[in-house]
Design a protein around this ligand. Sequence first.
Ligand SMILES: *[C@@H]1O[C@H](CO)[C@@H](O)[C@H](O)[C@H]1NC(C)=O
Ligand SMILES: *[C@@H]1O[C@H](CO)[C@@H](O)[C@H](O)[C@H]1NC(C)=O
Length: 152
Amino acid sequence: MLFVTPFTMGFLTLFAVACVVRAAPTIQDYQDTGGVIMNGTAYSFGDSCNTYSAYQSGTDIVLSASCHNKSGGFPYSSINLNHCITNNMGQMEARKDGNFGLSCNRMLFHGAQPILYGFCSNGKYPQEAAIDVGDFVDNDDGRLNCFGYYGE
Ligand SMILES: *[C@@H]1O[C@H](CO)[C@@H](O)[C@H](O)[C@H]1NC(C)=O
Ligand SMILES: *[C@@H]1O[C@H](CO)[C@@H](O)[C@H](O)[C@H]1NC(C)=O
């Protein structure tokens, strides 16, 4: 049972505002969003990489991250996500050599999981799109890879 008093109304409003603010990705999120290092039973991208970021250079959209390797280090590597993602009518989908950078842009990571957000053309206008890169980008002994393509 929720008693709606002026106090709770104010609280709910504040809460709603906080949620909206939290939901809007900012440059700060982009800078300090890092994969939290989990206890690392699996060498998935999300569990074993940190300080990941995405930047766009022309039609290339590059993912960079420091990923745990077997000797305990965290080497930095970068992979061109054009090898990994396609734009299917405004939605990002995992596909070998999908070249989504031709029609998607404004990429950033947001939140603790490696969810890449951006805008992709649906043929008429750019629409918001998101994809969990952890589903198809892997860490192989400190090197990022997707569909057999290795980053440097
Ligand atoms: C590892 O993480 C998983 C998921 O958070 C958790 O269930 C498990 O207990 C953890 N194991 C250890 C050894 O911390
Ligand atoms: C592991 O990463 C460190 C850097 O953090 C690097 O110096 C070392 O050579 C890497 N080990 C292997 C086997 O690649």
